[in-house]
Design a protein around this ligand. Structure first.
Ligand SMILES: C[S@@+](CC[C@H](N)C(=O)[O-])C[C@H]1O[C@@H](n2cnc3c(N)ncnc32)[C@H](O)[C@@H]1O
Length: 270
């Protein structure tokens, strides 16, 4: 089969299962299978393809498996992070949290990322601010394994700890604590592609998605230096509820104008 015909046929099949950018994804799948880039696919429509090899990838995508898991990576802050089904696929909204942290006018600080997943937040902070000392935790040891691999591939020196929130960090204090915790309520309706393929422990939290913000609010002061900051990603409907847990905090919006981040300062200056 000619490459152009395969892309047209695959694009039609992906349209039928409501993939948002079917032609683009068909081209990306073809490129991935042939170990070329998408430009090569666009410029070689007459190339004869092994459509049996491509069929397996196409069926995985038709079944709803996210493209990032099929490819094995997702770009975040212009870097490629390896992902598999043990970690949340990094989202563009999370770049708001990272940008907020990078705006802090501090050359040296000790930062912690709670629930690091693929490591996308912690690794980006370390690579963008090499003078910062960055720690990262996760309750999932398989996620930590992926984060460690990404840190090594991307050359980021991070201290990783397997921990339920702050439990394994007794005695450690930080100038900055960031987190994109699970924040979807257990009864919320979310796309099937997310619910069926991404890890439950990365998505859902009790108490309408607020449980982890609440648990952190109870203990986080013990782990902050005076004047230390907390930057949390939130669901777009959670701004008021989360900011109420961190009195005096500020809500920051994403590019779509939705509440996306809560920033709080521990005002216990000596
Ligand atoms: C929404 S994902 C965020 C992953 C990554 N930081 C990102 O932004 O793409 C939440 C992460 O928190 C971890 N997690 C869930 N509950 C946790 C807990 N009690 N303590 C530590 N990590 C937890 C999950 O395993 C998951 O990796």
């Amino acid at each position: 089969m000619l490459l152009n015909d395969w892309v047209t046929n695959a694009s039609n099949r992906l349209t039928a299962v409501r993939v948002a950018s079917p032609k683009l994804e068909a081209q990306v799948l073809a490129a991935h299978s042939m170990l070329v880039d998408r430009t090569w696919v666009l410029t070689h429509p007459e190339h004869v393809v092994n459509d049996l090899a491509l069929e397996g990838l196409l069926q995985r995508r038709e079944s709803g498996e996210p493209l990032a898991y099929i490819l094995g990576y997702r770009e975040f802050f212009s870097r490629r992070f390896r992902v598999d089904s043990n970690v949340l696929i990094p989202r563009q909204e999370t770049e708001v949290l990272v940008e907020t942290a990078l705006e802090l006018p501090v050359d040296r600080l000790k930062a912690l990322d709670i629930g690091t997943g693929s490591g996308c937040i912690a690794i980006t902070l370390k690579l963008e601010r090499p003078n910062w000392e960055v720690w990262a935790t996760d309750i999932s040891s398989s996620a930590l394994q992926v984060a460690r691999e990404n840190a090594e591939t991307l050359g980021a020196d991070i201290t990783f700890r397997h921990s339920n929130l702050l439990e394994q960090l007794a005695g450690e204090k930080f100038d900055l604590i960031v987190s994109n915790p699970p924040y979807i309520g257990r009864n919320e309706i979310i796309p099937r592609e997310v619910r069926e393929f991404e890890p439950d422990s990365a998505l859902f939290a009790d108490d309408n998605g607020l449980a982890i913000y609440r648990q952190l609010a109870a203990t986080i002061k013990d782990h902050l230096t005076p004047g230390g900051r907390v930057i949390l990603e939130i669901g777009q409907e959670q701004g008021l509820a989360v900011s109420a847990l961190y009195p005096g905090s500020e809500i920051i919006k994403d590019l779509s104008g939705n509440d996306r981040v809560v920033m709080w300062r521990f005002a216990d200056d000596p």
